[in-house]
Structure formats: C-alpha cells, structure tokens
Design a binder for this molecule. Structure first.
Ligand SMILES: [Zn+2]
Length: 106
C-alpha cells in the first residue's frame, strides 16, 4: 500500500482506495488505468522494433535468394559467396528474432 496525492484536492490517499475520502474523486480506477497504459506502451514499443527486425532480416533473406539465382546463372562460383552469406544472415536473424518475439509473449 502506498499513499498518493488525490488529483482533485491534493489530500494524501491510499492507492488501494476506490475514491478519495475527502472529495470522492475516483482513485483505484485511475491508478489501474495508468498502469495498464504504461504496460501497453512498453509492449507496443518492443513489438514494433522486433517487427522492424523481422522485416529487415526477411528482406535480406529474399534479396540473398534472388541474388543467388542471378549469380548462379552467370556461372562463376566465387560470385555466389556474398548472396549465400547474405541469405544465411537473413535466415538466422529471422529465426532468432522470431524466437525473441515468442520469448516476449508471456
Ligand atoms: Zn480528493
């Protein structure tokens, strides 16, 4: 239990109280919605950065695959090293990021 200041009349009120005993302003509801708001913001930020990484890694993977097809048609074995590395990084980055997304979900 903690004492908070009533937003309406500045009296010290328990944060478990449903309403301020002095002026009747709702306390517990306001505290709960503030906590939920903070949690939603945190989750949204995390998933957005992870979504950006999934996009980046899948773009690297598909670019590497496309590049590999183009390079293999030219017939030089040395030319496929870069697209193989690129699509490998994209593939493993995608797997790792998917695992991180799964880890973030409770
Ligand atoms: Zn009050």
């Amino acid at each position: 239990m903690a004492l908070i200041t009533c937003p309406e009349c500045a009296t010290s009120v328990s944060n478990k109280a449903a309403a301020c005993p002095s002026c009747g302003a709702p306390i517990a509801g306001a505290a709960v919605s503030a906590e939920v708001g903070v949690n939603l913001t945190t989750t949204q930020e995390t998933s957005k950065s992870l979504k950006a990484r999934i996009l980046l890694f899948s773009a690297m993977f598909w670019l590497g695959c496309w590049w590999l097809v183009v390079a293999s048609q030219s017939g030089s074995p040395a030319g496929i090293a870069v697209p193989v590395v690129l699509s490998s990084i994209g593939f493993f980055g995608y797997i790792v990021t998917k695992a991180m997304v799964w880890w973030h979900h409770k």
